[in-house]
Each structure stands twice: as structure tokens, then as C-alpha cells.
Design a protein around this ligand. Structure first.
Ligand code: CA
Length: 219
């Protein structure tokens, strides 16, 4: 799950980036409204976390600009002011949710998980396909009820495929869900992760669609 984090305060930005990355989100960051609008257009993330108080363009105007290009892209607003009119304006402008600073990081994570669930097929924290289950709260993957040892990137890849069960995801789409901008990755990283997962899961759990990508067929 890739987040575009828009925040001009460098301390808050760094803190959120570290914490959300530890929670297995892929976090790309920008510090201005102009950059936010540009990046949301050329490389749309799964979710935008958008500070309202930005130095160049008001966050609400950024939201409207993003909405023009991406009507369905979920946006969660961060507002410093406990100002009801900002919240109403934000929701009217198409924000999916808002959170008032200062907030507990756990609350932000919980709200991101709600948006994430709405984007995927899962109705609760546990995604199950066939005999394989994946819990997005505890990061535990089980096969036939037995926990598997799945490192972070493999977990993120498996989650991306399981939450879009039946859909084919290209290598490019998967890379976006596993790596933030500037994170070093070899050209065959996805193939290596798929190979490792296949050794742990049922042989045909992940299907290669030649020339297109990978899928987990509906059980
Ligand atoms: Ca700010």
C-alpha cells in the first residue's frame, strides 16, 4: 500500500515516514502543495495523507486539484487547527477522512487501515484465500492454520496480491507497492520475492500471467 505523505514540517514528516514504513506502508513524501499535485498526477499512490497548512498552496485547494485528475483517490486530511469549518470544507471538497493534530499515531494507522480495507476485497483485518490467511493487524501469514516465516517485502507482495484476489498486477504495480522512491531495488526483485513465496505456499497459489504480471486466482 503506497502512501503519498504531504507535510511541510520536517520533524512530523520524518516521524510519520518512519512509523508508517515500520507498519509496512510504502511512504513517499513531498513538502509542498505544488509537488503533491504533480506527484499525485504522474504517479498516483493508493492513499494521500495531506496536511492542510502548507506553505505554498492551501491543502484544501491541493485536494481539489488532486480530485480533478483522480476522482477516486482516497485522501486523508491532517489539520492543525481544531477548526470545524476546515473539516466541513475538507469533507465537502471530497476528503475521505480527516484527523486533527496533535493525534496519536495509532489513530492515523487505524484510519489508514479502514481506507485500505475499502480499497481491497477484505472486510476485516484477515484476508483469506484458499488455505492461506494474512492478518493485516498482526502481519501473520498462515497456511492451513500454521504460521509462516514471511519477511517484510514478501509479506507486502503477498498482501498486494491477496487483497486484489482475481486481479492481475504487473511487475511495475507490485514494485510501487513494495518500494518507496529512491529505494534500491534490483530489476528482478519481484521475481525473487515471488520465487521465495512459492517455496513457502502451495505451488500454484501465485500464477504468472506471461507478459502481464501475477495473480492469485479466486478460490
Ligand atoms: Ca503544516
Amino acid at each position: 500500500m503506497q502512501i503519498l505523505l504531504v507535510e511541510d514540517d520536517p520533524v512530523i514528516l520524518a516521524g510519520l515516514q518512519t512509523t508508517l514504513t515500520n507498519e509496512n506502508f510504502v511512504v513517499n513524501t513531498v513538502s509542498s502543495g505544488e509537488d503533491a499535485i504533480f506527484q499525485a498526477k504522474i504517479s498516483p499512490p493508493d492513499i494521500v495523507v495531506l496536511d492542510i497548512g502548507l506553505p505554498d498552496i492551501n491543502g484544501l485547494d491541493v485536494l481539489q486539484a488532486i480530485r480533478l485528475n483522480s476522482p477516486d483517490l482516497p485522501v486523508l486530511l491532517l489539520t492543525a487547527r481544531d477548526d470545524i469549518s476546515d473539516k466541513v470544507k475538507g469533507l465537502n471538497a471530497g476528503a475521505d477522512d480527516y484527523i486533527t493534530k496533535p493525534f496519536e499515531i495509532e489513530e492515523l494507522i487505524a484510519r489508514l487501515r479502514v481506507i485500505e480495507r475499502r480499497l481491497g476485497t477484505a472486510t476485516n483485518s484477515c484476508i483469506t484465500v484458499g488455505n492461506v490467511s494474512l492478518d493485516t493487524d498482526t502481519y501473520v501469514v498462515k497456511i492451513d492454520g500454521e504460521p509462516l516465516d514471511v519477511p517484510r517485502r514478501e509479506y507486502m507482495l503477498l498482501k498486494a496480491l491477496m487483497e486484489r484476489e482475481g486481479s492481475v498486477l504487473s511487475k511495475d504495480q507490485l514494485e510501487k507497492k513494495l518500494y518507496a522512491w529512491g529505494e534500491e531495488t534490483s530489476s528482478n526483485a519481484i521475481e525473487v520475492h515471488i520465487h521465495n513465496l512459492r517455496k513457502k505456499l502451495y505451488k500454484d497459489f501465485i500464477t504468472t500471467i506471461r507478459g502481464i504480471g501475477y495473480t492469485i486466482k479466486k478460490s
